[in-house]
Design a protein. Structure first.
Length: 132
């Protein structure tokens, strides 16, 4: 696991959307736009599942993910291993968080990504550079 820098955390906090990429066991890719995400700590990101279908099926077969985001503060990509929670304290905390953030949506699950890598996501000489 890695600890995210303040710059990475600031850009994530400012982002309105992120792109979550998964792949099936056979390598078939899937990317979805997500808006309900937040850091749990310096090494973990939570994505709330309201609508996942192919994403959830992919995570059951292959827990490796990539998440990219962009805000006015810049952009980054992280990679990691996801775990799906449909009960227990992480799920319950997600339900309570969503009641405040978007009360019209009811979470089916909470996807927690343990971050293993972080990359620069902006034009220029450092584009694609691994940071962590």
């Amino acid at each position: 696991m890695v600890k995210l820098t303040n710059e990475i955390k600031d850009t994530l906090a400012a982002a309105k959307f992120a792109w979550l990429a998964t792949a099936a066991k056979d390598g078939t890719p899937n990317v979805v736009v997500v808006a309900a995400f937040r850091l749990l700590d310096d090494e973990s990101l939570l994505v709330s599942d309201q609508f996942f279908l192919k994403t959830l099926a992919n995570l059951e077969e292959n827990p490796k993910v990539a998440i990219s985001w962009w805000s006015d503060k810049g952009g980054f990509q992280i990679k990691g291993t996801a775990a799906v929670h449909t009960s227990g304290p992480v799920f319950k905390d997600n339900v309570e968080w969503m009641k405040v953030k978007w009360p019209r949506f009811t979470p089916k699950g909470a996807v927690v990504v343990k971050i293993t890598d972080a990359y620069v996501l902006k034009a220029g000489p450092d584009a694609g550079k691994k940071l962590l």
